[in-house]
Design a protein around this ligand. Structure first.
Ligand SMILES: Nc1ncnc2c1ncn2[C@@H]1O[C@H](COP(=O)(O)OP(=O)(O)O)[C@@H](O)[C@H]1O
Ligand SMILES: [Mg+2]
Length: 239
């Protein structure tokens, strides 16, 4: 579904992705790695938010190196960020229906009906008239998830979406993600939440210095005897 082939990406003299190759198929892949490993850059390149310097990324047969494909790829790979990035002047329903109406050209009433389904899924059907400033961080993040899901992407890209939240809100957001995962949504998830990863990941990827250091099924990863991975897991578990 997503093929990353020999992808390189530098910022100035910082070489962030190093001829990285990896394929993502159906299911949930959790990506871990030290801060600075290139996790966000990888997701941003897949989503077309960063231009790759070399190699190729192919999403559902579309190469990102063809300019005309970038918009479609971005729609296929919907991304959710740590900072929810909701529009403050739009209420919940308006935030979620904005892209379906303006990007997909769906009629307003249809878009609203569809939005209600996804807002229900994330447990926010009571909040449709609220503005982002009237919501908790966890609620705002769930709006952002509904906004990504309504585009019916081939894959959902989640980049540390709970790291700005307190523990209670973190678990409410992770519960929603778990529910969505169980419905068969393909996801690439960057997170440091170990117990969540153990529960939902079909596959674990560990990045280091812009390369794939490990790519394993979840059980094997968490019982890994790779020294780098063991040290990393110890460090985050004691945080
Ligand atoms: N827009 C940017 N400009 C310059 N350097 C960047 C930019 N984005 C990321 N970097 C650098 O690239 C490296 C990898 O960053 P990132 O992909 O955010 O890592 P991670 O998400 O794994 O913590 C870091 O050294 C970071 O400082
Ligand atoms: Mg990051």
């Amino acid at each position: 579904m997503i093929q990353v082939r020999n992808v390189s990406k530098s910022f100035g003299s910082t070489n962030v992705l190093n001829e990285l190759s990896i394929d993502f198929d159906k299911g949930v892949t959790v990506i871990m790695g030290q801060s600075g490993a290139g996790k966000s850059t990888l997701l941003r390149c897949i989503n077309g938010l960063e231009k790759i310097d070399g190699g190729d990324i192919v999403v559902d047969g579309l190469s990102i190196n063809e300019k005309k494909n970038v918009r479609e790829i971005r729609e296929k790979c919907s991304m959710v960020f740590q900072q929810f990035n909701l529009f403050p002047h739009l209420n919940v329903l308006e935030n979620v229906t904005l892209s379906p109406i303006h990007v997909l050209g769906i009629e307003k009433k249809k878009a609203q009906e569809k939005a209600m389904r996804f807002l229900e899924m994330v447990g926010l059907s009571e909040k449709i008239k609220s503005y982002p400033s009237q919501l908790s961080g966890g609620q705002q993040q769930r709006v952002a998830i509904a906004r990504a899901l309504i585009m019916e992407p081939s894959a959902l890209l989640l980049d540390e979406i709970t790291s700005a939240l307190d523990p209670e809100m973190t678990s409410e957001v992770l519960e929603v993600i778990e529910r969505i995962a169980r419905e068969g949504t393909t996801m690439l998830v960057v997170t440091h939440e170990v117990s969540f990863a153990r529960r939902v990941a079909d596959r674990m990827v560990f990045l280091e210095n812009g390369k794939v250091l490990a790519d394993q099924n979840t059980e094997d990863f968490f019982s890994s005897n790779n020294e780098r991975i063991m040290r990393f897991l110890q460090k985050i578990e004691f945080n």
